[in-house]
Ligand binder design. Structure first.
Ligand SMILES: C[S@@+](CC[C@H](N)C(=O)[O-])C[C@H]1O[C@@H](n2cnc3c(N)ncnc32)[C@H](O)[C@@H]1O
Length: 172
């Protein structure tokens, strides 16, 4: 096999969209109990890559964290949640969206068995140290887990969310 050639930045730019996508409102990543801004920025980047939006509670520190963490420097689609996140989640479910929790639970299916999203889907991520709280777990239709064989308890939340975004988008 001949050595692979890395595509240049101008080549990649030509293959990408010229502007950020608008609100596709099909896949929403929902870090509902965020702690570290850097993870939100990483997730926004994945949202741009797969054509997803982010839903996040309106907290004073979050807009700046998103602006700093989003190294694409383009405006991305963010749905701001006012009031309790559980009430918002309940409304999304009542409106017909599928609610997928990303969490290590006894009932979780494996990432490989998660099908591409066929309807509007909210992907719920847990708190960086305590996971999805009990009142959030009650509102999920399904939970998915990313299998691990190492010594760590869990993955970084932005890595876990990005893997699930890719799987649900059908891009991999
Ligand atoms: C760092 S983990 C939470 C801490 C975890 N409860 C522990 O004891 O290590 C933060 C979030 O990342 C996601 N997560 C991390 N690793 C995961 C995995 N292997 N499968 C599914 N979700 C995962 C979940 O949403 C979880 O709530």
């Amino acid at each position: 096999m001949t050595a692979a050639r890395v595509r240049t930045r101008p080549e990649l730019r030509r293959q990408r969209r010229q502007r950020a996508h608008g609100c596709w409102n099909h896949l929403l990543i929902a870090p509902l109990w965020p702690m570290h801004g850097v993870n939100l920025g990483t997730l926004l980047r994945t949202c741009d890559a797969v054509g997803a939006c982010m839903a996040v509670p309106r907290r004073p520190w979050i807009p700046q964290a998103l602006a700093q963490g989003n190294t694409l420097r383009r405006r991305q689609c963010v749905h701001w949640i006012d009031g309790p996140v559980e009430r918002w989640l309940d409304r999304q479910r009542a409106g017909g969206s599928a609610i997928v929790g990303v969490e290590l639970t006894d009932e979780s299916i494996r990432l490989a068995d998660l099908p591409t999203a066929r309807k509007r889907t909210i992907i719920v991520l847990g708190h960086e140290s305590s996971g999805i709280p009990p009142e959030g777990l009650e509102l999920l239709d399904i939970t998915v887990e990313i299998p691990m064989v190492g010594t760590g308890h869990s993955l970084n939340v932005a890595v876990a969310g990005s893997l699930v975004l890719y799987k649900l988008s059908g891009l991999c």
